[in-house]
Design a protein around this ligand. Structure first.
Ligand code: MN
Ligand code: MN
Length: 461
């Protein structure tokens, strides 16, 4: 069954709304190029919309009434927001969850060296990337350096028009006879991803590595940290520059990190659209570390969601372990993550009847996984039926898809982790072209439909 392109149904008012969301989303992408930056942006928005820190509510022993709005941002890399509903949480809550980490290149702990009169940072890539895509591009560094005294230096270099950018070189085509015979996975190796950061030696110095010494001097002067402080830093190398409108008709957005910030941003808009006190408690969740298996203290496998759920039950006066378990099991979730958009250039990678097309609306993946659905959260038919009803009632354009052709590859999301509580979870997201490339492509229409769909789910599920 072919679904209609969503653009065909829009009137002037819808287009105006769609363009507003798209412009605000581009600002989110430009300011949120790391999980920390995305979490900080979301915290800022939450506070502007009257959400209070969960920690403050706990400290004050504040009783949370229906309509209360709270948020918590574990380690500044994940975030959860809640609007307390009229029903007790024991009956379950409605959750939209996305991830805010994106594939990138991280700076190593001992990164700095000099070779051939150039200074470099050595790196270790993060998540699944085609390494050859990341050379010969203008790159920026975003992150934090924490010094021994606990003070943190925020670093953003390569984004301001007057900033320099950084770059990884590739071999000239003239000398690439051997390189061009290699498999794509080996054309650029992990240890070849060395970032050029300087090329001007200090004058009148005894230093053997005068280019490196000069760069260190600049770092010290501009950011106030020393070579040793790289040991306790999280510096992420990302494409430099802003998200742009794409196409003569401006129908798409070319940006870094649509996976999965497009779903994260759609959740923000959907959450802040809620004006009346909802029936069931509404929850927005951004997780970190999805791209490397949802591990670590800020990944979805950590217990912060369960802990926050328990704290909220406590503050609404209904906490006990049994009610907590009942509440988690009775909850409903959209695991919001991007899906592979059908790409006519690579048509054989897809099965058209079950592919997501750019512009045809928010996408639902009953299952993901590899081979025989391995690693997939295969949502229940009953739940899928409920979601269809909610989308149709709210006039949301949606489509269903699998992640490409069977047996070609596959992927996972955070869905299976939340399903461990026995709650209903289904994957839902925006179709992306060139997923995990430095610059990915989405349709504004799909973003707009995701916002409407997530809002309808939060309020009506
Ligand atoms: Mn993702
Ligand atoms: Mn991904």
């Amino acid at each position: 069954m072919e679904r209609e392109n969503a653009w065909k149904k829009y009137d002037e008012k819808a287009i105006e709304c769609l363009e507003g969301i798209s412009a605000r989303y581009r600002d989110f992408l430009d300011k949120g190029k790391t999980e920390r930056e995305c979490a900080a942006y979301a915290v800022d928005m939450a506070e502007k919309h009257g959400f209070i820190p969960l920690e403050k509510a706990i400290a004050e022993g504040k009783k949370l009434e229906p309509g209360a709005k709270v948020y918590t941002a574990p380690m500044g890399k994940a975030i959860m927001m809640f609007i307390i509903g009229r029903e007790p949480m024991e009956k379950g809550i409605n959750i939209v969850g996305a991830h805010i980490d994106s594939p990138r290149i991280d700076v190593k702990q001992n990164p700095l060296y000099e070779d051939g009169d150039l200074a470099y940072l050595d790196t270790h890539y993060y998540g699944g990337i085609k390494k050859y895509q990341w050379v010969t591009l203008p790159l920026a560094i975003h992150g934090v350096v924490v010094k021994k005294d606990g003070s943190a230096v925020n670093v953003v270099i390569g984004e301001d028009e007057n900033d320099p950018v950084l770059c990884i070189s590739d071999l000239l085509i003239h000398l690439s006879q051997e390189q061009m015979q290699k498999k794509a996975a080996e054309v650029i190796g992990g240890e070849d991803l060395n970032l050029i950061i300087g090329g001007r030696p200090l004058k009148d110095t005894e230093e053997k590595e005068a280019v490196k010494a000069n760069v260190l001097g600049i770092i010290k002067e501009k950011y106030g940290f020393e070579e040793e402080d790289f040991l306790s830093a999280e510096l992420e190398i990302v494409p430099a520059g802003r998200a742009r409108e794409l196409g003569f008709d401006r129908s798409m957005i070319l940006g870094y990190g649509h996976d999965d910030r497009v779903c994260a941003y759609a959740e923000l808009e959907a959450m802040f659209m809620i004006e009346d006190v909802p029936q069931r408690t509404c929850c927005l969740l951004f997780a970190d570390k999805e791209e490397i298996g949802s591990v670590g203290a800020t990944g979805m496998q950590a217990k912060y969601f369960e802990n926050a759920f328990a704290e909220l039950m406590n503050l609404t006066g209904e906490y006990c372990d049994l009610k907590l378990r009942r509440g988690l099991a009775a909850s409903k979730m959209l695991s919001c993550d991007v899906s592979a958009g059908y790409d006519p250039n690579f048509a054989s990678a897809f099965e058209r009847k079950n592919a997501a097309f750019l512009g045809r609306g928010v996408c639902f993946n009953k299952y993901t996984g590899s081979r025989g659905k391995s690693g997939s959260n295969d949502a229940n038919a009953e739940y899928m039926a409920e979601v269809r009803r909610i989308m149709d009632d709210a006039n949301v354009s949606f489509q269903t898809a699998e992640l490409g052709r069977v047996d070609l590859g596959g992927g996972g999301t955070i869905a299976y982790i939340c399903a461990l509580y026995c709650m209903n979870v289904i994957d839902s997201g925006v179709a992306v072209l060139s997923m995990h490339a430095p610059w990915e492509i989405i349709s504004k229409a799909d973003l707009y439909e995701a916002v409407k769909g997530y809002n309808a789910f939060l309020v009506n599920a």
